[in-house]
Design a protein around this ligand. Structure first.
Ligand code: SUG
Length: 440
């Protein structure tokens, strides 16, 4: 077994970060629709989270924001002329579409792709499948640019397999790593990959949208050449989707041999845990931390985002650290649960709180903001070095943000062609800093 590291690639929050109210079933997105957003503060919060992990001794990467506004979407909707003509006409005719074209939603990198480390793949490569994000219009346009970025970063086809998004049909609805949990003894060892889906292909819609199908998950497991005996497909419960858990990572997080989940997360909890234990035979002993509804009602789990935390092997600490949003500390039931949990002798020994409020107000916590990529030394050497962070690069990105991002954005700003130009210049500077100008 080769040594491997869990590298967190965070999505850098883009200059057009705004509260569009565009995600049905995501309660925070609906609640904050139309509020003033603070893109500069948002990006700094994200970069400070990256700095925190880097200082702890963890490896940290970054994914650049996508080009926004997305002119391809607006042109596809029939708008034409100069950039300014397109924006002005879209603002008059269909402000909602303009909002979708401006969404900075690629910040939630957990939805960029599903990732399988080379230790799990029978072809020995690290696989990434871009998520099609087909359920929400504003997210469905991310995948071509995300695939391009992943190819630029993981271009060595002997070591990496970057797969384009699945077909854009409801039967293949896929939201990436937010519905995927990998469990193992050590990052570099073979593991079990758990795919959580909300519905079967062809199943008729009820309640809030279930954004992941079993067919999508199965297709990814096949493409990633995973071993049949080391994969598990589990159904997310309808109850939590209707309560606002639009992705599994709103009610569950796993790392190494530990699964931390809400009592109501899965449709069939015992069968799911049995299947994980069986798939992990000979690899690891599953440790579980179940949070009972009686201690943390599902409504609190969703507003506090207790589970949308990063569960980390923190250098120098024996037990895992839960990097949770401040909202978890501010919610009485989740704070009390965390205090009790760390006093016990379970696998999670500390909870650290982090301020990502700007993202949280759109339903994106610490775990949404990062894509975990387990990489060996050779894979780290083979990937594009410009996206691997040190503090100097974080400082440089913060300078760009301070110089090019607006402090405040409201819906009316999106109608201003000057804003589109500012967004373009900001992204150009970021790409240059990351050595990714080819994506421009
Ligand atoms: O897809 N919010 C995102 C939040 C994604 C969170 N990711 C994970 N759970 N991994 C979504 O619903 C809101 C955008 C708006 O309304 O402006 C939004 O897209």
């Amino acid at each position: 077994m080769s040594t491997a590291y869990e590298v967190n690639f965070d999505g850098l929050i883009g200059p057009s970060h705004n509260y569009g109210g565009m995600s049905e079933g995501n309660l925070a997105s609906a609640r904050n629709e139309g509020d003033v957003s603070n893109p500069r503060e948002a990006a700094i919060q994200g970069l400070e989270k990256m700095r925190l992990l880097l200082r702890a001794g963890l490896k940290q990467g970054v994914l650049p924001p996508l080009p926004r506004p997305n002119f391809d979407l607006l042109v596809a909707a029939g708008f034409s002329g100069s950039d300014a003509d397109i924006i002005e006409a879209a603002a008059r005719a269909n402000p909602k579409l303009l909002k979708a074209a401006y969404s900075a939603s690629s910040m939630w990198a957990a939805n960029a792709a599903t990732v399988s480390p080379s230790a799990d793949a029978s072809d020995g490569r690290l696989h990434l499948t871009t998520a099609n994000l087909s359920t929400m219009l504003h997210r469905s346009t991310e995948h071509p640019d995300t695939t391009a970025a992943l190819i630029s970063i993981f271009g060595d086809t002997d070591r990496f397999g970057v797969h384009a998004a699945l077909p854009m049909h409801a039967d293949f609805a896929d939201e990436g790593a937010a519905n995927h949990v990998r469990l193992c003894a050590e990052h570099g060892a073979e593991g079990v990959e758990v795919f959580v889906y909300g519905r079967d292909a062809g199943e008729s819609a009820v309640g809030f949208p279930a954004r992941q199908t079993k067919l999508a998950s199965e297709s990814i497991a096949r493409a990633h050449t995973l071993s049949q005996s080391r994969q598990v497909f589990a159904r997310q419960s309808r109850a939590v989707i209707d309560a606002g858990a639009f992705h599994n990572d709103v009610v569950c997080v796993g790392s190494l041999d530990t699964l931390f989940y809400h009592e109501l997360a899965f449709e069939e909890t015992d069968a799911t845990l049995d299947a994980i234990r069986k798939a992990g035979e000979g690899l690891f002993e599953l440790k579980t931390v179940m949070v009972p509804e009686a201690d943390v009602p599902i409504g609190d789990a969703i507003t506090s985002y207790l589970f949308n935390s990063q569960l980390l092997k923190w250098p120098g600490e024996d037990r895992l650290v839960l990097l949770a949003p401040l909202e978890t500390q501010e919610t009485q039931s989740t704070r009390a649960f965390c205090e009790k949990m760390v006093e016990g002798n379970g696998p999670i020994g500390r909870v650290q709180y982090v301020d990502v409020r700007q993202s949280m107000r759109n339903g994106g916590g610490p775990a949404c903001l990062r894509l975990r990529v387990v990489m060996t030394d050779e894979e780290l050497d083979a990937c594009h070095q410009g996206v691997l962070l040190d503090e100097d690069k974080i400082d440089r990105l913060q300078d760009i943000v301070a110089r090019t991002y607006r402090d405040k954005v409201v819906a009316a700003d999106l109608a201003d062609p000057a804003f589109a130009n500012e967004c373009r210049l900001a992204r150009e500077a970021i790409l240059e800093c990351l050595g990714l100008s080819e994506l421009d």
